[in-house]
Design a protein around this ligand. Sequence first.
Ligand SMILES: [Ca+2]
Ligand SMILES: [Ca+2]
Length: 524
Amino acid sequence: MRLILTPTTIRLLASREPRQASSSGRETGSRRGPATRAAMVAVVLVVAIGATIVTAQAAAAPVPALRAGAAVAPAAAAELSAGAAPAAEAERKPDIVLILTDDQRVDTLWAMPTVQSELVAKGIEFTSGYVSNPLCCPSRASTLTGRYSHGTGVYTNHPKQPNGGFPAFRDRSTVATWLHAGGYRTGLFGKYLNGYSGTYVPPGWDKWFVTYDNGAFYDYTASADGALRTFGSDPADYGTDVLARRVTNFIRSTDPARPMFVYFAPHAPHGPATPAPGDETAFSDLPRWRPPSYDEANVSDKPTYMKKRDLLAETSARVVDRFRLSQYRSLLAVDRAVSEILDTLEKTGRLSNALIVFTADNGFLWGEHRWRSKLVPYEESIRVPFVVRADALVASPRSDGHLVLNIDLAPTFAQLAGVGAPGAEGRSLLPLLSSPTAPWRTDFLLEHLERGPKGVPTYCGVHTERFVYVGYVTGEEELYDLVRDPHQLSNKARQDAYRDVRREMRHRLVELCDPLPPGFAFSF
Ligand SMILES: [Ca+2]
Ligand SMILES: [Ca+2]
């Protein structure tokens, strides 16, 4: 009996317990099924997305003693769907495309027409997507490994700090090495880790085109498969376009029988957020950004480092207003790149068999709470765009409010590829992609390490579906009720009405924030 992947099949798949990538077991709501069942789910998912045809009988029959879906999926797919699809496509594992922008706020997604029409409208828009450490390098290290900063050891951007930048990152076991070992052709195009330069190519990458210097929009360097290349300031050198061409060449040049992992990491909309030629005046009519938290009038309830900040002067306000427009403008080239990538996937017969993720490494504040950057534990900083399109897995497009994280990506890709995700603390999103009622986490950890005496003090925090609680190395605390106070204007950490909440959050913080950031101790 043959069964096309239908909502019924998907419910059948979703009724299985998810395979847990986490080894910590510290997350709430996490359940662990027997190994055989976990393996069976992996097989069924791989078969389902690989051939889009499974038999109900096969889905219900356990496959004992499987280490990974990969070993069995091709044979099973061939047996179950012989003649239903060209051999190469039926046997190939799903392609994986990760698009990760730099410093992009979640509320800028509306301005990307292709992302809207081809990813959001055809996939799942996770409206509560977060990063655990809202800064470029630590966030990217976590994305590559599925680990919190306490697992990667990378807490800051700065290569001269013991816990900072590219030198602090242990690159022997990453999603690239896992997928490469699982038969994938892997390619990274764009930003890698802060402090990286030169010709070194980390393990696991078949194609390496990493750009840096001057924000990498113009006049930048590329580390290209062991050689250095420099780019100038001609329109043809515009960074996002150069990267997009490299990505589409990579897709076209990959053997049709081989699955691929594409990591496209454009530098936009990070500062200087230079727009592409022709986009310089887009969005000029956009009203200025003045939410209730803009230039917060009363910061007496916030920690000292925030209390010390002056109200935004007129010049600072103009700078941030201009930068906001540049961010929007620079995203237009990224949107066109997404369109070219999707076209190329379709033309090479890979789109229906692909999982595509669009996200960012951290957000950015446009003057909320007097702040003009990231690093801080406020929503605009930690929340990111998080869209997944996977036509073979997602029965119908939807918006989804589950708490999903950058550390979930590596285990998701690993499960899809039928390989392990050693050390990952995040969870595979695959059960959630198939079913909005899959068991899921209800909170997560925030981490930050102070760069220097003028930086944001080291903190650890817990974010639930309603509250965010942060404990600083200074002993100061913040607690926001995101339902009653979505703009985070009123710190509840010292309010009697929230005493019980604070106690619970402190308790949970001690569980999650382990090991502690260097130099940090709980003060309660
Ligand atoms: Ca960033
Ligand atoms: Ca306030």
